[in-house]
Design a protein around this ligand. Structure first.
Ligand SMILES: [Zn+2]
Length: 329
């Protein structure tokens, strides 16, 4: 059995895991990113976690020689071949950072572990890594063409075509959260108007719920918690029959359905995988409105051939997907 090390470099935490080729996480370590501490400190934390994992692998009968490489997933505009982060929303001031080389150099510092620094390192955008994780060991097993959306504060995306991650001409493709669903819609964080993210990102779900209760005067069980609302509280209320909360998820589902209709027409994927915390709202609240919107709008063949399913790897998709990058070819 071969193994690799996956690194999910997030804005809050760095998750580093020893993962088998069959997708099993043997052991993993979570360390705070401290995003403002600078690239040197972050690279050193990644290096330390990798060294620790290799060391601890022995107690799981994983030898250094069984580990074939390291895959790193990070938000931002990534150049996978060169291993460079051109820009990342998680790290202010990071421009053209040769992350793969920096991690390699950090691993080389420790001469007792010179073999670790010889590992190949693959870098990838985190949305792409998640999509690849779901393809290899999650909801997308057995498919070759899929799109993946991750719903959170922002909306991440990944596209797999013929079993391979689609990058676009300058690696800026698959920004699915910025699919336009309203031509003169809400302002998005990207500066454009009417993006999917501006309608189904966490902030808008909360803001829209507040507005229904405060501005439209709708009665809701959430009225007492308006200052600390979360999508989870809204979906819990919806599951107990709260009409405002049910409407919010119905609207969220419809917006996702509109975006997926475009993707179904452009790419004709076999599957659309939806992950992230907001997807936990589940089948009835979220997935049924998504599917019915696609059914209503898309051409039959495009709608019928695209299964809309929940992500299976949860918040480990990025870690598993990053680890699997090394087995791509
Ligand atoms: Zn946008």
């Amino acid at each position: 059995m071969r193994f690799s090390i996956g690194v999910d470099l997030g804005g809050t935490n760095i998750k580093t895991g020893l993962v088998s080729e069959s997708g099993e996480i043997i052991h993993f370590i979570t360390t705070p990113t401290n995003a403002h501490s600078g690239e040197k400190a972050i690279v050193s934390r990644i290096g330390q976690a990798i060294r620790q994992l290799v060391d601890q692998g022995k107690s799981f009968s994983v030898d250094l020689k069984d580990i074939v490489g390291i895959g790193i997933g990070s938000a931002g505009l990534i150049e996978p071949k060169e291993g460079v982060v051109h820009f990342s929303p998680n790290f202010a001031g990071w421009y053209d950072i040769p992350l793969a080389d920096l991690v390699k150099a950090d691993l080389a510092h420790d001469s007792t572990n010179c073999k670790i620094s010889a590992f190949p390192i693959v870098l990838e955008n985190d949305g792409n890594a998640m999509a690849f994780g779901e393809l290899c060991h999650g909801a997308g097993v057995g498919t070759k063409n899929l799109v993946c959306l991750t719903l959170g504060t922002g909306v991440g995306g990944g596209i797999v075509i013929d079993g391979r991650i689609f990058h676009g001409s300058r690696n800026a493709g698959a920004e699915l959260g910025h699919t336009i669903i309203q031509s003169s819609g809400r302002l998005c964080g990207c500066g454009n108007y009417g993006c999917l993210e501006a309608y189904v990102g966490r902030h808008y779900i909360v803001e829209r719920t507040r507005s229904k209760i405060i501005v439209e005067g709708k009665h809701s069980s959430l009225a007492d918690n308006l200052n600390d609302l979360t999508p989870k509280m809204i979906s819990d209320a919806a599951k107990k029959g709260d009409e405002v909360a049910i409407d919010i998820f119905e609207e969220t589902g419809r917006c996702i359905g509109v975006a997926l209709t475009s993707l179904a027409h452009i790419l004709n994927p076999e599957m659309a995988i939806i992950g992230g915390g907001i997807a936990d709202a589940g089948e009835k609240l979220l997935f049924e409105p998504i599917r019915s919107e696609i059914k209503k709008r898309a051409m039959d063949t495009n709608a019928d051939s695209m299964r809309v399913v929940k992500a299976q790897l949860g918040n480990q998709a990025g870690l598993v997907g990053s680890a699997m990058l090394i087995f791509q070819d």
